[in-house]
Design a protein. Sequence first.
Length: 293
Amino acid sequence: MENKMTNFLGIEKPYTEYNTARYAVLPVPFEHSTSYGSGTRQGPQAILKASAYVELYDEEFNREAYKKGIHTCVPPSLTDNVEEAFENMTRSVAGLLQDGKFPVVLGGEHSLSYPVFRAFNQHYENLSVLQFDAHSDLRFEYEDSIYSHASVMRRIYEINPNIAAVGIRSQCVEEARFIHAKNIPVFYAHRLHEEGFDDAIIGQLQENVYITFDVDYFDPSLIPATGTPEPGGFFWPETIRFLTRLFRKRNVVGFDVVELAPLNNMPHPDFTIARLVYKLITLHDLTSGERQK
Ligand SMILES: [Mn+2]
């Protein structure tokens, strides 16, 4: 087990100092219930490693967000007892929020979004969760576990029903009935090219938004490095366009990126996700400035 994690973007002091950093990257190499392919525990380290090759300057937004400071944290203690590991994750994120940081969580399997979100839910009012994912993850339980990656949005729904999902293209009938009964806004992948798709999603969200980003939302040709790849996913340009609109219209308060399971000799998925993480940070930096004006 490698103990020393690379700093996100490979940056150095003074931009990595905790006290002055606006952003805090929290690696959470948690893998417990992955059902098909495995390897999500290698996700955070792969993203950090690839991030050293991401340009610090963003050409699209003429921005150098790293200058606001990005601290890379030590992972929370991930004990074999799932509830205890979850407690440690919640406590780590709550500490970052109390210190006024914008938390950026790198997974790990999707189930970690529940303990991470608990901290946000205690910290913010008028809060929605926007899920980017191929799968609904709304099963009450899966393979005898209520803490399965396939149940994460159900656990989140139980503590905050303001959830919405985008990119969905795989679910079971139990989930379809639950979505219908609870009137949950779900924007299916096959509706991507409908007029007004972006604003219809954003219109369902409260002022504050937490993003949980399962990388299998992307098309498997772009991100094959994930446990349960699904055809018909989204690509880069439309995703960045939608995220830009979202950040301009809502106050994004933090995010996680989960389910990257790195593949040997295939760097592009790791690099793509590292770029996504920095693009999200850049969008927050850009739009939080616009909001203060
Ligand atoms: Mn998924």
